[in-house]
Design a protein around this ligand. Structure first.
Ligand code: PLP
Length: 373
């Protein structure tokens, strides 16, 4: 029997492991020179924009909302198909989440529905680039400009993705990335926020370290309510090793995605009723390769039968508005029909840097078998 193929797996090379060892032996294991170096390299990649690192891609979004001054009485529009963190941060700052349904082809928030959801209280949009696929960024920012809205891009899955050749993060308003273990590059846990200017960056530094404005021999002072969100040098050493491979990683994932399309064949959708993602080899980093199953099989059955073939399948994501916490706020079934249909049947096939074309073929053979039963 074949060995188990997970849907995702990080690849940490020996040089990175050695670099982590060096940090651990150095006597300085919290935020320090590695964090500074990682931020410097990220900033260069994002066209010189200010970048600050954090211990998650969740707190980056919360901090961006705080810097934008968003809180009680403000509405923030986002997608129901994301990790729950995207909507939770809106609640964390005391604002009101407003969902807009998704586009069935890209599975990202539908900008027409965003526009229809705008009210006089709307202050910001949090778009999510599911599987790494960006929105129409020109339309997104035209809409934000028209209604004077801030944008906090949840680009957690989109490092290495681009829009007309420009990296996601190198333009726009706030752009948040995650370096959680399954993301295209990881720091084990972590994230970074791209900001607009040094003033915002200074504020971000305060929010990530308890609001401390001044420290040293003269004593300390605190002027905003901050938390403890700093990245450690241990994590940054992993990030530096991963970041050096970003182009390789993105290229490998694009190659694997192409192989999925070629192996499944052009009649796959007609034969199985399942829906493939858009064929995009320019802008997306292929963080995930997701198909939407037809109603002929339940997601749980599909996942269980793939597991019998020793293949791991992921589920990203259940619609956020149907979670208990959100139902208690008044959201219910029927409100976002496209998200509900896709959120029920979407699955993520194995996709990670160390995978090879045989793994893709093995997965496709198993899918055909499971879906033809
Ligand atoms: C991973 C992820 C997050 C959360 O990032 P963490 O680093 O785990 O906090 C948020 N949104 C999306 C779309 C994600 O994929």
């Amino acid at each position: 029997m074949n060995t188990f193929l997970p849907f995702s797996k990080p690849t940490i090379d020996e040089a990175t492991i050695a670099a982590v060892g060096d940090v651990l032996r150095s006597g300085w294991i919290t935020s320090g020179p590695k964090v500074a170096e990682f931020e410097k390299q990220l900033s260069a990649y994002f066209g010189g924009r200010p970048v600050r690192t954090f211990n998650s891609g969740t707190c980056t979004m919360e901090i961006a909302l705080r810097i934008a001054g968003i809180g009680a009485g403000d509405e923030v529009i986002t997608t129901p198909i994301s990790w729950v963190a995207t909507a939770n941060v809106i609640l964390e700052v005391g604002a009101t989440p407003v969902f807009a349904d998704i586009d069935p082809v890209t599975r990202n928030i539908d900008l027409d529905k965003v526009e229809a959801a705008i009210t006089p209280r709307t202050r910001a949009i949090i778009p999510v680039y599911l599987a790494g696929k960006p929105l129409d960024m020109d339309r997104l920012y035209a809409l934000a400009a028209k209604y004077k809205l801030r944008v906090v891009e949840d680009a957690a899955q989109a490092i290495g993705s681009s829009w007309h050749g420009k990296p996601i993060g190198s333009f726009g308003d706030f752009v948040s990335f995650s370096f959680q273990a399954n993301k295209n590059i990881t720091t084990s846990e972590g994230g970074c926020l791209v900001l607009n200017n040094e003033e915002e960056a200074k504020l971000a530094e305060k929010y990530r370290l308890q609001g401390v404005t001044r420290s040293g021999w003269d004593g300390i002072d605190v002027d905003v309510l901050g938390g403890k969100y700093n990245m450690t040098d241990v994590a940054a050493a992993i990030g530096l090793g991963q970041f050096a491979k970003l182009n390789d990683i993105t290229a490998q994932r694009r190659k694997l995605a192409k192989h999925y399309f070629a192996t499944l064949g052009k009649d796959f959708e007609k034969q199985t009723g399942a829906q493939l993602p858009p064929q995009d080899f320019e802008s997306t980093n292929w963080h995930l390769f997701q198909i939407v199953l037809s109603e002929r099989i339940t997601r749980a059955d599909f996942m269980a039968q793939m597991k019998d073939h020793n293949i791991g399948v992921g589920y990203h994501y259940a619609p956020i508005h149907l979670f208990k916490l959100y139902r208690a706020l008044g959201f219910k079934e029927g409100m976002f029909p496209v998200a509900e249909r896709i959120g029920k049947q979407i699955v993520s096939l194995p996709m990670f840097y160390a995978m090879n074309e045989n793994d893709v073929e093995r997965t496709c053979t198993a899918i055909r078998e499971v879906l033809s039963r």
